[in-house]
Design a protein. Sequence first.
Length: 150
Amino acid sequence: MTKLRIQDTDYTYYLNNVLWSGIAETDSAYYYGMYSFFDDEKVFKLKKLSKTSDSLHQALYTDPTLKTLQWFSDGYFLLERKDKSTLEYFDLRFGTFRMNLSDKDQFVFKFNIDENPPGTFVLKDQGTRPRDANFGEAFAALWDRMMGRL
């Protein structure tokens, strides 16, 4: 129970957060993890996600499309080359749709970017998003993770 005072009125409210997620950042990687109060091990396990390759680093500061996506993700993102002319951009802040960090296509916000000509980037599409998924399956994965079963 927590007390809150607004404009000379006291309020009582309850906070409950069973499932926590977090991101830690170093120069070369992000460390992402989840913890539930119901996990058997009381350890916040982190998975390493390597940052954007050096070959794309300069474009992040000069290209308007990439700068806008960085703003959108508040700087917490992965940018990977899918093929010669396509990049994939993953916003890390909202995690994955099915609680599986090993499948990067499951990030809630994923964008496909075309590079044509080289050094010029254009947003192609938003990739697979929650609206394209089975919500029953996604909720079941969230529930299982929250209960410490994933």
